[in-house]
Design a protein around this ligand. Structure first.
Ligand code: SF4
Length: 107
């Protein structure tokens, strides 16, 4: 077998294994365990965040506003906690009942 054929065979085998591995990696990233290491945001984390919007005394807060009604809410992960798409909350989970000063209502 020539060196070129041998190299091509090694390359094709590696490529095939990569194609097989990608779907498994995708599943692993979307399981609840993938975010299990993110801490829950504490009151005052950023932008006057509070875990219970009703506790806010911020001038912009209006009764009934809460994270799960905000355009930045990315959905619940578990037990009322979920991801927020706003960069200030990239490394924490926020509470569905929470609120911060950049709240934008979903229409
Ligand atoms: S931007 Fe603020 S109000 Fe909106 S989901 Fe994130 S933390 Fe909650």
């Amino acid at each position: 077998m020539s060196e070129i054929n041998k190299s091509r065979r090694v390359f094709l085998r590696a490529a095939a294994m990569g194609v097989v591995a990608v779907p498994f990696a995708k599943v692993a990233l979307h399981t609840p365990m993938a975010h299990a290491s993110l801490p829950q945001a504490a009151d005052g984390h950023a932008l006057d965040y509070v875990n219970n919007g009703a506790d806010s005394s911020h001038a912009r807060y209006q009764a009934g506003q809460k994270c799960d009604g905000c355009v930045f809410w990315a959905g619940e992960e578990a037990d009322g906690w979920g991801k927020c798409r706003h960069p200030s909350f990239a490394n924490v989970l926020v509470n569905a009942e929470g609120w911060c000063s950049v709240f934008v209502p979903r229409s």
